[in-house]
Ligand binder design. Structure first.
Ligand code: GDP
Length: 291
């Protein structure tokens, strides 16, 4: 099962765990595997220090014990933050932000489907009003997911007014979840952050915002995080969505990004299909990661 996910460490660590005893090469092998999987130097060092201390404390030389301890350490670290989505308000308003190309529109489509599967009613707001193609793409996803959509009446309409109309529609219709797509053009960072602030200001007057989800492409690792810094600083992000984990050998990014930003991962995308989005469960992820 774990082997089917490219980000799993189980292949890299198989030789190590198959050994008879823990020795010095074990620690080197583990370090290489963690660095290669994009855990980053800080997390790698902290995890290895933690495991060395545990191995000593429990007087074990069995690599199988080390595997279990690694799994537990991963789960413990991933569980430090609350990864559950807060969607109990009615309507629960979710703002989705991120740089173009990370998979934002696809994620919204998948998320709408995910919620529809649990019989929650959903309306999507197309507040990325400058890209006509983005609105059309979102409309196609909304239809496939069985969600309603509010589109701009003309190209370039004030994004905050589309967000406003979406929330109004949800209140009128008694729709449970509002998902608002936003622009992700990087060239005009300042303008974009002002645009997002305005959307937030307008929407917050109507109802509290439940989540602001920042979408990150797992294949871009630390670079993607640097690109998204402005969102982290200005958008009031409450949680992260990692996309394209299916195409990444970098499962460690999940932990690195959580520890770097102090924000929980709330959803993970593992494919281009409408069902390829899941909630993030530290226990399951640690199990798949370590094997
Ligand atoms: P946006 O510009 O951020 O809205 O990005 P899109 O939603 O248009 O996605 C950009 C590309 O990434 C598309 O080709 C998507 O099919 C692809 N994509 C999105 N999410 C995933 C994922 O989880 N896995 C894979 N393999 N591709 C994805």
């Amino acid at each position: 099962m774990a082997d089917r996910t490219p980000w799993s460490l189980s292949g890299a660590l198989r030789g190590m765990f198959a050994k008879k005893t823990i020795d010095d090469t074990t620690w080197d092998d583990l370090e290489t595997a963690l660095i290669t999987a994009d855990f980053g130097p800080d997390v790698t060092e902290a995890v290895i220090d933690d495991l060395r201390a545990k191995v000593e404390r429990y007087h074990t030389t069995d690599p199988k014990d080390l595997q279990r301890m690694l799994r537990e350490t991963m789960e413990e670290r991933l569980s430090k933050l609350d990864t559950t989505l807060k969607l109990s308000e009615r309507p629960a308003i979710v703002l989705v932000v991120g740089v173009n190309g990370v998979g934002k529109t696809t994620t919204i489509g998948k998320f709408a489907k995910f919620l529809r599967t649990y019989d929650r009613s959903v309306v999507v707001g197309a507040a990325d009003t400058f890209r006509a193609a983005a609105v059309e793409q979102l409309a196609t996803w909304a239809e496939r997911a069985g969600a309603e959509i509010v589109r701009p009446q003309q190209q370039g309409q004030d994004p905050a007014s589309v967000a406003f109309q979406t929330v109004e529609k949800a209140k009128r219709d008694g729709t449970e979840i509002v998902i608002i797509d936003t622009a992700g053009r990087l060239q005009t960072k300042g303008g974009l952050m002002d645009e997002l602030s305005k959307i937030k200001r307008v929407v917050e007057k109507q109802a509290p915002i439940a989540e602001v989800l920042l979408v990150l492409d797992a294949t871009t690792g630390q670079n993607g995080l640097a690109q998204a810094e402005a969102f982290l600083e200005h958008a009031g992000v409450t949680g992260l969505v990692l996309t394209k984990l299916d195409g990444s050998a970098k499962g460690g990014f999940v932990l690195a990004v959580q520890e770097r930003t102090g924000l929980p991962i709330k959803l993970i995308g593992q494919g281009e299909g409408i069902n390829d989005l899941t909630g993030f469960t530290p226990h399951v992820f640690a199990q798949q990661l370590v094997g």
